[in-house]
Design a protein around this ligand. Structure first.
Ligand SMILES: [Zn+2]
Length: 260
């Protein structure tokens, strides 16, 4: 779940419990608290430095003027799931700066990106997020009835509350069952005072499509149609894949392909 948490927490627990805190009154309690503190400190200060020397950059947890992009939840930071390679970082910063210029007060929210280290190390459950070139974003939302009041995604983790196909919209897999397409019917009414912002989501997607580095954006077919977007870079998922009408999957090309 965190790539380095097992090594850091278990390693420091053993060190504290059996080497350093052997004579304290509550060695287990102190060792457990100490190892969690070491993990959080490392996640905050050390891992970003180590990752950047190996080519991965941490995205900001909170939006700033320079980088108007934020994590949907601090868990993405605490679990080290907010790293991208330098090229994807530059694309994200450029696109979100342009977006927030056009839509003052609105910032782009990201979800799972990649772990800090090692190409080929997948980020469960997104097996393709393993090389720093992929990131998920939420759609844009506003408060229902107030188009200029920004809102966060209805889902507190950004996933699993869908902008489902309407009865008249093309949806090739409507009603078909697959063990990878989770519907979570009981979640769908949650926080629906936050309304899907079609205009701003389409604008953000168009900015992504226009970047030459963009290789693929996954967006379900009915949303491609509803937002009136067309591009060979837009794909939608097949039946035996996770639903992609709750978030945007974005990926850039590999370096060699871009040069050719
Ligand atoms: Zn993704």
């Amino acid at each position: 779940m965190t790539q380095v948490g097992g090594v850091l927490i278990v390693g420091s627990w053993f060190l504290l419990r059996y080497r350093i805190l052997t004579r304290t009154r509550w060695p287990r309690l102190y060792s457990a608290s100490g190892s969690i503190a070491i993990y959080v400190l490392a996640t905050w200060l050390i891992i970003p430095l180590a990752a950047s020397s190996l080519g991965r950059v941490a995205l900001p947890v909170f939006a700033t003027i320079d980088r108007p992009v934020a994590a949907r939840s601090c868990m993405y930071f605490l679990c080290n799931r907010h790293y991208v390679d330098q090229r994807l970082h530059n694309v994200v910063v450029d696109v979100t700066q342009e977006f927030s210029k056009r839509h003052p007060g609105f910032v782009i929210i990201y979800l799972d990106a990649n772990f800090p280290f090692l190409d080929g190390f997948p980020l469960p459950p997104h097996l393709s997020h393993d090389d720093g070139r992929k990131i998920d974003f939420t759609y844009c939302y506003h408060q229902r009835g107030f188009e200029d009041v920004p809102a966060l995604s209805p889902s507190p983790i950004g996933y699993w509350i869908y902008e489902a196909p309407r009865p008249n919209e093309a949806a090739p897999y409507r009603g078909l069952r697959s063990w990878l397409r989770w519907d979570f019917d009981f979640l769908q009414g949650m926080n629906r005072e936050r309304e899907f912002d079609e205009r701003r989501t389409a604008d953000f997607l168009q900015l992504l499509i226009d970047r030459p580095e963009t290789e693929k954006i996954i967006l379900e077919l009915h949303l491609q149609n509803r937002l009136q977007l067309a591009s060979p870079k837009l794909k939608f998922q097949q039946l035996n894949a996770a639903r992609h009408d709750d978030h945007i999957h974005f990926q850039i090309r590999q370096m060699e392909k871009q040069i050719r």
